[in-house]
Design a protein around this ligand. Structure first.
Ligand SMILES: Cc1cc2nc3c(=O)[nH]c(=O)nc-3n(C[C@H](O)[C@H](O)[C@H](O)COP(=O)(O)O)c2cc1C
Length: 377
């Protein structure tokens, strides 16, 4: 009898690459060596919180949808049977916890429609959550970009479309596609033609204020900074090049392993230079990181690799991981006397070390965050 699942061995380049990304990130150390900056940020402890921890409300809005916590399971995968299993598990978890999720780049299913179900499983397992479609720049640079974007959105009943920027990865990859000419204009065309919000995300190298402003001007509604400090995509490509003995790509992967804007400076740059929804990701590993990100101006926090790892141990492990993250966030809210996410946004904090230096040199005043009254002015 013929199985309903796609064949277990991917037979095109895109799906092979997706599978090797999962295997590499699960089994090799692909962590960046440069810190995110979260350790440079200290929320001010409120010894008298004047809040009942049990009454803290973590809920927030995302494009008209209510989230039970300001959390997104980051865009990761699709296109292979293993990816379908991961998408289904992660989506079940997101539905259970009332949080958002993104599927990985849908290029594989645009090229081969029989793979659409490896993404659609996410919507089937999570009928009520905000779920984000995902395409990369080579897909939107094409003349049929609008058609491709609509197909990606329809495939999963998407709430919005994330366009991912991965110039770093493409530049160190043997088969990399490095023509990024005219992409901002293309993103703008999609933003005005599509009926759902268009958002842009990086993939571990961060987004600067200049890029954020350019994207806001063309109609993008949100930015996921995906900064340096978590998964290094130059690192991932280093391991893929090593397996194939591609010397030049190994050298490039090593030299550019820690390229980019760390997550914390990137959050501050984007949040202070635009009015966009800001997603904090890239090395976000616990709920305290998310609390700091929100107090710095982000609206949501996202985790990728930790969720891939826990989902590969099963649904319960992934629920447990995120339950810990949510309780850590609640704890940080309690200890800063924040009853709601809005109040957490106004919580005072101090920025030290390399992050302080970065922000000062880029023209920001770190002292703005140090008191509640400065932050709201
Ligand atoms: C296995 C894997 C596959 C990924 N694939 C995509 C993708 O297809 N599209 C995308 O926008 N980001 C992709 N990412 C990037 C993540 O969404 C995220 O931005 C990045 O990994 C940084 O987060 P982290 O440090 O929590 O892993 C992928 C990440 C991982 C670990």
């Amino acid at each position: 009898m013929r199985s309903k699942e796609p064949s277990p061995m991917p037979d095109n380049q895109t799906t092979k690459r997706k599978l090797s990304h999962i295997q590499t990130t699960l089994h090799q150390d692909v962590q960046s060596h440069v810190p995110t900056g979260f350790d440079d940020v200290r929320l001010i402890h409120k010894a008298l919180p004047e809040v009942d921890r049990g009454e803290i409300d973590l809920s927030t809005d995302l494009f008209g949808h209510k989230l039970r916590a300001p959390l997104v399971i980051e865009s990761m995968t699709g296109g292979t049977p293993l990816a379908a299993k991961i998408n289904r598990t992660l989506a079940k978890v997101a539905e259970k916890l009332g949080i958002a999720m993104g599927v990985g780049s849908q290029r594989a299913a645009i090229e081969d429609q029989s793979l659409a179900r490896t993404y659609r499983v996410a919507r089937e397992a999570a009928p009520s959550i905000p779920l984000f479609a995902n395409l990369g720049c080579p897909q939107i640079a094409r003349d049929d970009a609008l058609d491709r974007a609509k197909r990606a959105i329809d495939m999963i009943g998407a709430t919005g479309l994330f366009i991912h920027l991965n110039a770093l990865q493409e530049s160190v990859q043997f088969e990399g596609e490095t023509d990024f000419h005219g992409i901002v204009k293309k993103i703008g065309e999609l933003a005005s033609a599509l009926s759902v919000p268009v958002l842009v995300k990086e993939t571990g190298a961060g987004i600067s204020m200049e890029t954020a402003r350019a994207l806001e001007q063309v109609g993008v509604k949100g930015i996921n900074v995906s900064g340096l400090g978590g998964t290094s995509w130059a690192g991932v490509e280093y391991y893929r090049a090593r397996a194939k003995r591609y010397g030049l790509q190994m050298e490039l992967g090593t030299t550019f392993w820690d390229w980019g804007t760390p997550t914390v400076p990137s959050i501050v740059e984007v949040a202070n230079s635009t009015n966009l929804k800001v997603f904090a990701s890239g090395g976000v590993r616990n709920g305290l990181h998310i609390a700091k990100a929100i107090a710095l101006g982000a609206h949501y926090g996202g985790l990728a690799l930790p969720m891939l790892k826990s989902a590969s141990s099963g649904e319960n492990a992934a629920v447990e991981r995120l339950t810990v993250v949510i309780e850590e966030l609640r704890n940080a809210m309690f200890l800063t006397g924040s009853r709601s996410i809005d109040e957490l946004r106004r919580a005072p904090l101090v920025i030290t070390g390399a992050t302080h230096q970065w922000l000062t040199q880029r023209g920001f005043d770190p002292a703005k965050y140090a008191t509640r009254s400065n932050k709201s002015s």
